[in-house]
Write a protein that binds this ligand. Structure first.
Ligand code: SF4
Length: 401
């Protein structure tokens, strides 16, 4: 049994509150120099891009897209800011975008406007001759950063030692995790899941073993366990900074679901006070939230589902209906603009974008595209072949669900 000697809160988590404000206008892109002025630690790029105005960046990005034509595929995650998502050939959540990456075999360059684990997944699923590029290498994900490979290996070794002759344990990792964690699940008989198919992944895993280790989001794991009828006292939390995750051997043996102590810094901002306030203001409000929210919020909401589900539900709702939404603000603002016949607002009155998605500024996109025009590939994401092979096992098990 090993215990982490370091207490690491991901820098991505620490930075999140600095991006919260009361002013929607703060979400509008400024020059990169102005964004740097608030003290963020983003990737450094050539000076000319740092001081370039948003209008000039727009002209250059469109020009580069035109010149690169079929060679280029730009994927944009729903949580990207408007000034970036406008250039995407396809938009979606991480699962939908991975499927685009897997199905498109013609583009030479896949520029992923999202975060690091998404670009890794695109690299795993795309063809060997396709190059995946992440415009800003510091665009990580605070949740994925909470499951470091060494800590997960230590946990896995502890669990195997304790449980292999006591009903066993299957590792499941949420898509929002590094390729290394997906690989660990793949080579140990486990699976990847998304927020839309977590229940199916749980059912699949319980066919071969009595327990599940769920990484890295404790909330999605707990909400899924409860939905499948597990009791709270059948689930334990694994804290990587404590011996045996902070549990006794007997607690681990009695458990059915072992939840890694990770969370999303954006979705855990929502709370039941916000839901009560929305209901007191609008008696007919529909509260819809993402399953990365806490159990209390999920239990109190009217609807729960992935970002694609949230978008589809609101799109298909009757005109005039009211929606209080518990997910990332850039997506909520966009849905609000798309469906002006409905009253749509974010549950949280503070404007809090995902600070890591926010790191994809148009200046980074412009830099990587202009580099391609100069036959230079910058910021390529390349997963090592053994990790890739192990990850594919876990991803393919998910695709077969
Ligand atoms: S919204 Fe949460 S889970 Fe998604 S990329 Fe941002 S920090 Fe990660």
């Amino acid at each position: 049994m090993n215990v982490s000697t370091k207490f690491t809160i991901p820098i991505t988590e620490l930075e999140q509150p600095a991006f919260c404000s009361d002013d929607k206008e703060d979400l509008k892109a400024k020059t990169l120099r102005d964004e740097f002025a608030v003290g963020v630690r983003w990737q450094k790029i050539p000076k000319e891009f740092i001081k370039m105005e948003v209008g000039d960046l727009d002209r250059k990005i469109r020009d580069a897209k035109l010149k690169l034509s079929e060679k280029l595929l730009i994927l944009g995650h729903h949580y990207q800011r408007d000034e970036v998502i406008q250039y995407a050939d396809y938009t979606g959540d991480s699962y939908k975008l991975s499927k685009f990456a897997a199905s498109n075999k013609s583009a030479e360059y896949i520029v992923f406007c999202g975060v690091h684990f998404m670009a890794e997944t695109a690299d795993i699923l795309s063809g060997n001759d396709q190059k995946v590029i992440l415009p800003n290498l510091t665009a990580g994900c605070s949740m994925a950063d909470m499951a470091e490979e060494d800590d997960v290996i230590d946990c896995w070794n502890d669990l195997e030692g304790l449980l292999s002759d006591k009903g066993g344990v299957t590792p499941i990792t949420y898509m929002n995790s590094s390729a290394a964690i997906k690989g660990l699940c793949g080579k140990n008989g486990g699976i990847v899941c998304t927020s839309s198919n977590a229940e199916d992944a749980f059912k699949w895993s319980l066919k071969s073993n009595e327990r599940i280790l769920f990484l890295p989001d404790q909330h999605l794991g707990r909400n899924t366990g409860l939905k499948l009828g597990f009791e709270l006292d059948e689930m334990i939390v694994w804290n990587p900074f404590k011996p045996l995750g902070g549990n006794t051997e007997s607690e681990i043996e009695k458990s059915k679901i072992i939840l890694w102590k990770g969370h999303c810094s954006v979705h855990t901002r929502f709370n039941t006070d916000q839901i009560n306030l929305a209901r007191s203001k609008y008696s007919d409000v529909n509260v819809i939230v993402h399953p990365e929210c806490t159990m209390e919020v999920v239990n109190s909401a009217d609807y729960v589902g992935s970002t694609e589900y949230i978008k589809d539900m609101i799109e298909n709702a009757p005109a005039g209906s009211t929606w209080a939404v518990g997910t990332e603000i850039s997506l909520v603002n966009r849905i609000n603009k798309m469906f002006p016949d409905k009253n749509i607002f974010c549950l949280d009155s503070a404007v809090c974008p995902c600070s890591t998605m926010y790191r994809i500024h148009p200046a980074y996109l412009c830099w990587v595209l202009e580099s391609l025009l100069d036959n230079e590939i910058v910021n390529q994401i390349s997963v090592e072949s053994d990790v890739k092979n192990d990850s594919i096992l876990a991803l393919n098990r998910m695709l077969k669900l």
